[in-house]
Design a protein around this ligand. Structure first.
Ligand SMILES: [Zn+2]
Ligand SMILES: [Zn+2]
Length: 344
């Protein structure tokens, strides 16, 4: 954009780019929603869908029951432990009180035959017996807990082996599902890309080009960004292959465009200076002059200190001239004299 373009025109270009970007943004948003909803068309599966459901549900029921059993076992152990501790304490207390009672009697009486001593000793013995029973109960509870844990391990191993058997089938179906979704996405995004390419090739001169350009941006984004993350293995191939094809097609058109440009310039340079100057579009000429480029041949304008730059040294087109009325030097493409306003 040069300084000599009309100001609204510069603004218009900027606004049209904003329009293209915003349009592309909305299309991308909509497209992302559509693409994100695609996997829902296909039923999501898990490895459990590939095993005998009756078998696995019976196993899982047993696992749940066994887990409950393990919790109960733990409670039983705690209860038995509390009982044992209290039985131990009872015995310790009874034994201590018997011992101190005996001490007070040893000096005076014979111990072994005394019925009172025998009675008290038997009472302590029965408390000891209660302690033994409590210990037995604790051991029983511990044994049961060990059995439950073993049972759980065995059930879980069985479940794991059933699931392991089903895993290859599950993976196969997963891959098939991913491929289906990928092909569906490809079927949506590839035509967009083709339409984008067609718009780019045919509609660049259309007054609706800013909108078409938004669509092209959207198509590129949809194909190269939205398609790929879902399936990097296939997506990567498709992305690079299509990318290579696009670069190839673009290269073909650029080379062709450059050739026809050079041919056009060669033909132009055979025409008379006046004809050529007339054929150059006003805005284009001003842009090129501002960029110090010859509007006739697109080469750099050669200037030398102390010499008036009247002509292009490459193609001979007139670049500056004197006003016929006041003699002021003007750019030959300007329509009016800079000093007196005489049409040139
Ligand atoms: Zn030139
Ligand atoms: Zn003048």
């Amino acid at each position: 954009m040069s300084k000599s373009s009309r100001r609204p025109q510069q603004l218009y270009t900027v606004i049209m780019w904003i329009l293209s970007t915003v349009f592309a943004g909305f299309l991308i948003g909509l497209g992302s929603l559509v693409i994100a909803d695609l996997p829902n068309i296909d039923q999501q599966t898990t490895v459990k869908d590939f095993v005998d459901s009756g078998k696995i549900s019976r196993l899982e029921h047993s696992i749940t029951l066994t887990n409950k059993q393990i919790i109960n076992n733990r409670l039983d152990i705690e209860d038995a432990d509390v009982k044992l501790q209290s039985a131990k304490n009872d015995y310790q207390n009874a034994k201590a009180s018997l011992d101190s009672w005996l001490k007070t009697r040893t000096a005076t009486e014979s111990i072994s035959q005394n019925p009172e001593v025998i009675k008290r000793t038997r009472a302590v013995e029965s408390i000891k017996q209660a302690e033994r029973i409590a210990l037995q109960q604790l051991e029983d509870a511990q044994t049961k807990a060990t059995q439950s844990r073993r049972k759980l391990t065995e059930l879980e191993n069985r479940r794991a082996s059933i699931l392991d058997e089903a895993r290859p089938k599950y993976r196969k179906s997963q891959r098939a599902r991913e491929l289906r979704i990928f092909l569906l996405r490809l079927a949506l995004t590839l035509p967009l890309l083709v339409i984008g390419g067609w718009l780019l090739a045919r509609k660049r001169k259309s007054s609706y080009w800013p909108l078409y350009r938004g669509f092209v941006l959207f198509a590129l984004f949809a194909f190269f960004v939205e398609l790929v993350p879902y399936l990097p293995s296939y997506g990567g191939y498709v992305r690079y292959v299509v990318g290579i094809m696009l670069v190839f097609v673009a290269g073909h058109f650029i080379i062709k465009g450059m050739r026809s440009y050079l041919e056009r310039k060669q033909v132009e340079e055979t025409r008379s200076e006046g004809e050529r100057r007339q054929s150059i579009e006003y805005e284009t000429a001003l842009k090129k002059i501002a960029a110090k480029t010859c509007p006739g041949c697109d080469r750099n304008i050669v200037k030398r200190e102390g010499v008036e730059t009247d002509f292009c040294v490459h193609c001979g087109i007139r670049l500056e001239k004197d006003c016929t009325n006041c003699g002021t030097r003007n750019v030959s493409f300007h329509k009016f004299c800079l000093s007196c306003g005489t049409p040139s």
